[in-house]
Write a protein that binds this ligand. Structure first.
Ligand code: ATP
Ligand code: MG
Length: 354
């Protein structure tokens, strides 16, 4: 297959880790007979420095014509003083909005040779493999009005959703469950919130279309608890924007290696933006010591969710697991069972394993 990928390295370690993922994508293309054309554009602080805006029109235009986008990270202390409309983070929010990327996917899966660093007992977290799907463009974070009243002594935020916005994310979740273990947990607060009652109705309607997927409803407080006490019970979890924000951060620490986690923000036609969960790590930028695995695993998600290349995605994930089993560890990881190695050595090991 021919695919066109836009690279947005951004700031801090972004350039180094995207470069690592590019090496892995090239290796996959060679191994499996695909052609990936890759084109780099500016975003975040890098774009502020070069073009005076965190999201230049040329970047938006290129992303609109792409099959998928790979992002490193944006932001850093260098841009602390810039005006609000030129904050590096505006570039990322802006591109998600411009492309209508409404579904945020965060797989949480521990790597056997790193599980001893989990805050949970290894026996509790072992074998856990969860995909959290968060609605990204609606709900409390975007509702109007959101304001102060009565001389600042009263506040209002609005949790608003359209039926279509709920339907598309719930559909995405059922489809993702189908590609996995066919179990979907829908998380809401239907005992209190009207928005959650509509959400639950839609899940009930939709499940007629996916009779092969087992569905369970869970209140968000119970879901937060069960993620800690019995993470193994979950396959795919789907929820609205704010609940998803909180649960995905909770879930991301379960494996004990935040720096390893990938994420995807996608829309219905498969176009997506892929990035590691961690930030731009300005404290270690340019030193060749950044952990590239979160970005490499994000590239695997790209192959799976935007290109439908499941075999290729699984091959990258296996190569990463083997690299950790072989003892390669960047400095951010718990070094028990391995030794500290640099970005390029880790990348080479992944490519070699592929
Ligand atoms: P953001 O607000 O962009 O999420 P943050 O303030 O949460 O950023 P990060 O940039 O994620 O912070 O960095 C937090 C710490 O983790 C830093 O010490 C950083 O060096 C380290 N870190 C983050 N990502 C990596 C990585 N890929 N490899 C090595 N260390 C990392
Ligand atoms: Mg952060």
């Amino acid at each position: 297959m021919n695919k066109h990928i836009i690279l947005l390295p951004g700031d801090g370690i972004g350039r180094e880790i995207v470069e690592s993922a590019v090496q892995v994508l090239k290796a996959v293309a060679g191994e499996f007979g695909h052609t990936f054309t890759m084109e780099e554009h500016a975003i975040g602080g890098d774009a502020v420095d070069k073009f005076g805006t965190p999201l230049p029109d040329t970047t938006v235009k290129a992303c609109r014509n792409a099959d998928a986008i790979l992002l490193g990270a944006v932001g850093g202390p260098k841009w602390d003083g810039v005006p609000a409309d030129r904050r590096p983070e505006k570039g990322l929010l802006g591109i998600r909005k411009a492309l209508g990327l409404f579904a945020n996917l965060r797989p949480v899966k521990g790597f056997p040779s790193l599980l001893h660093a989990s805050p949970l007992k290894e026996s509790v977290i072992e074998g856990s493999d969860i995909l959290i799907i968060r609605e990204l463009t609606g709900g409390l974070y975007f509702g109007t009005p959101s304001e102060r009243r009565d001389n600042g002594n009263a506040v209002v935020d609005t949790l608003a959703y359209q039926r279509e916005e709920m339907e598309r994310i719930i559909d995405k979740a059922f489809q993702s469950a189908r590609l996995r273990r066919r179990h979907l947990t829908s998380v809401d607060k239907a005992n209190v919130l009207e928005s959650s009652r509509l959400w639950r109705e839609i899940v009930e309607e939709k499940k007629q279309d996916y009779p092969d997927v087992a569905v369970e409803h869970l209140l968000v407080d119970a879901a937060a608890m069960k993620l800690i006490t019995n993470p193994n019970q979950f396959d795919v979890m789907v929820t609205e924007n704010m609940f998803g924000d909180i649960l995905s951060d909770e879930a991301s620490v379960l494996t004990g290696s935040l720096g390893m986690l990938p994420s995807a923000s996608i829309r219905s036609d498969g176009t997506g933006l892929y990035e590691p969960v961690h930030g731009s790590a300005p404290d270690i930028a340019g030193q060749g010591m950044a952990n590239p695995l979160g970005t490499i695993l994000s590239a695997a998600l790209m192959l799976r969710h935007s290109f439908g290349m499941e075999t290729e995605a699984a091959a990258i994930e296996r190569a990463v697991r083997e690299c950790l089993d072989q003892g390669y560890r960047t400095a951010d990881l718990d070094t028990q069972g391995g030794q500290v190695t640099g970005t390029q050595q880790v990348t080479d090991a992944v490519v070699e394993n592929l």
